[in-house]
Design a protein around this ligand. Structure first.
Ligand code: F6R
Length: 599
């Protein structure tokens, strides 16, 4: 959701092209319009467009050593060229781009209108521009200063990250919420500001993550970080770009999503690498908690649901909360509570808001996040990096698997297994998944099924017990990429209403494990068959009841059942193949953003 990319070059005059290329790398965040502004001795030259920049191929910009770019995901005001960022100040002394929402925008806009400010757009962003200009006038300043930016920023409510480029080539950025990273090239001749680390690959060799509440300025070739509130200097050091953070290549796959699905067979073991002490500390904290909450949004909420399920099976009082439905849990949370939070981005506004009130109530926050330097990491008492590598497709796959494995590891430690045993079984699962991916017969079957399902209107996914969360996640994957109406249900829920929807040919994916739920799942399958439904069963063993069987390996280790993961992989593939067949954009499904940083 919205992205910022800015550069200040010492000698290269193609800053515009560099920023355009940078914006392409943050496209995955989701956007509907974009803009690039280049600064040279004649002033600012703006280029703004609605629609996707990837479709435009090579673009040329006026020469200039400084440029600021932005991808906008519309919140205030429609998808128009006028509303696209960056916004140029009326006095032409600076340009500004924003990620976030100015919550008191109406009140500030009215104030500015009273003062005679004439708005060119419908955005909340222009309110910031107006306030900065007004403050410059009040303070009789020709140039924007950090003091002015600080005082205006303090007037804004909501979470906002802004980037500013001034006429004299000074650059400023303030972070509150949405991420902000500063990178520099090998010889420090080039400076970059971006919304994520991944996009800096190829441009910067080292980076520093700006934390929420901090302001960064690059003035006269000097980089300074300060606290926004106090103006106090913040010491910082650059860290080298790691290889993992820079892999932004499809590596021969037709989409990032397909690549990330296949990567699940090699990145899950990274979740536990080098973390034994930390995992044990977390297990101890959970053991001593009065109540354990597990929290996440969308896909991450299903990982949260699964972790809570296995915790309860171990006798731990655990409750899963979907971030957007948290109100009723407030009274249950206190200083004896622990919250396990899952988030790929660590920037999901709905999730972070819950974490904030839980923290205020004294609860301990444990998080498993995939993006280094995210807000959630900062908010956590026990922050964990999932280490599964950048996830660039909008739909979460390997990060979700990372969250599931993280939860399974903690639960298995709680039930007394050794860390080394858990590590080994995760390696074994990766191995099994690699073998399964290489099985041409199964893969062909999934492709053919995708073809036969592509024109269906509805599809249901049933799972029970351990596989209930898997059914919800499978359905979400199917709907968000291939736009088929898919719903996940408990196998037990069928008779209580859902069965009314089953008619001749209705496809129903059934997830069946060799466990205590199997008999009930077989009953459900018989009932669907009896009404003409088309049952596609994902299971390790065949059965005459199954109309179609997708064979998957079933790996178990004490309380850990990898069927929860394995049963989802066919749906991940099915949705990709169906989307491809329909000509949909697999990596950037309509209306969705990778990082949902506004509420
Ligand atoms: C679905 C998906 C979303 C995210 C949700 C939370 O494929 O990706 O449902 O899981 O928006 O995002 P994070 O994990 O970044 O907090």
């Amino acid at each position: 959701m919205c992205g910022i990319y800015m550069t200040i070059q010492q000698t290269d005059v193609h800053a515009g092209e560099k920023v355009f290329a940078g914006l392409k790398k943050i496209e995955y965040r989701g956007y509907d319009s974009w803009g690039v502004v280049v600064l040279n001795k004649f002033g600012f030259t703006l280029k703004k467009r609605t629609g996707k920049l990837s479709k435009l191929g090579q673009m040329h910009f006026v020469e200039g050593k400084c440029a600021l770019g932005h991808t906008r995901w519309a919140t205030h005001g429609g998808v128009t060229k006028e509303n696209a960022h960056p916004h140029l100040a009326k006095n032409k002394s600076f340009v500004l781009a924003q990620n976030g929402v100015v919550e008191n925008f109406q009140e500030l806009r009215e104030q500015l209108l009273d003062w005679g400010y004439d708005f060119d757009s419908e955005t909340d962003t222009e309110v910031i521009v107006g306030l900065l200009e007004f403050e410059m006038e009040q303070q009789k300043e020709q140039k924007l200063t950090s003091k002015i930016i600080r005082s205006v920023f303090r007037k804004l409510t909501g979470r906002n990250t802004i980037a500013i480029l001034t006429q004299s080539g000074d650059s400023f950025a303030v972070r509150d919420g949405s991420p902000l990273i500063v990178g520099r090239s090998k010889d420090s001749a080039e400076i970059y500001f971006s919304s994520d680390v991944v996009s800096l690959s190829g441009d910067a060799v080292e980076y520093v993550v700006i934390q929420s509440g901090q302001m960064v300025e690059y003035v006269g070739k000097k980089l300074k970080i300060t606290e926004v509130k106090s103006g106090k200097l913040v010491p910082f050091s650059f860290v080298p770009m790691s290889l993992d953070a820079t892999v932004v290549d499809k590596e021969g796959y037709s989409s990032f999503m397909l690549k990330e699905i296949y990567e699940q067979a090699k990145v899950l073991s990274k979740v536990v690498v080098g973390k034994e002490k930390e995992f044990k500390a977390v297990a101890k904290t959970i053991k001593n908690a009065k109540t354990v909450f597990t929290l996440g949004a969308g896909t991450a909420s299903y990982a949260a649901g699964h972790t809570a399920y296995i915790l309860r099976k171990l006798g731990v009082p655990a409750v899963a909360i979907a971030s957007y439905e948290s109100d009723s849990f407030k009274q249950l949370c206190d200083e004896k509570s622990v919250c396990i939070v899952y988030s790929q981005s660590g920037e999901t506004a709905d999730t972070n808001e819950v974490v904030e009130w839980m923290k205020a109530k004294g609860a301990k926050i444990i998080s498993a996040v995939n993006m280094p330097g995210s807000t959630l990491t900062q908010l956590s008492d026990f922050p964990f990096m999932l280490q599964v590598g950048p996830e660039l497709a909008v739909a979460s796959t390997k990060a979700f698997f990372g969250q599931m494995v993280w939860g399974m590891t903690v639960c298995e430690l709680l039930s007394g297994s050794k860390f080394v045993e858990i590590k080994e079984i995760i390696y074994k699962f990766e191995q099994q998944l690699r073998v399964w991916f290489a099985d041409i017969l199964v893969q062909d079957k999934i492709r053919k099924l995708a073809e036969s399902l592509v024109h269906k209107q509805h599809l249901f996914v049933l799972g029970r017990g351990d596989l209930y969360s898997s059914s919800l996640e499978s359905a979400l994957k199917l709907k968000e990429i291939s736009y088929i109406h898919a719903e996940g249900f408990s196998g037990g829920e069928l008779k209580h209403g859902v069965i009314a929807l089953i008619e001749q040919g209705t496809p129903v994916l059934c997830l069946v494990a060799e466990d205590e739920n199997k008999a009930n799942m077989l009953n459900a399958i018989s009932e669907i068959n009896a009404r003409g439904g088309f049952t596609i069963v994902i299971a390790s063993k065949d059965n005459e009841l199954y109309k179609e069987w997708i064979e998957v390996p079933e790996l178990k280790f004490r309380g850990m059942s990898f069927m929860t993961l394995m049963s989802i992989v066919p749906s991940q593939l099915l949705t990709c193949y169906m989307a491809m067949k329909k000509g949909c954009d697999v990596d950037k499904p309509r209306n969705l953003a990778k990082s949902v940083t506004v509420k």
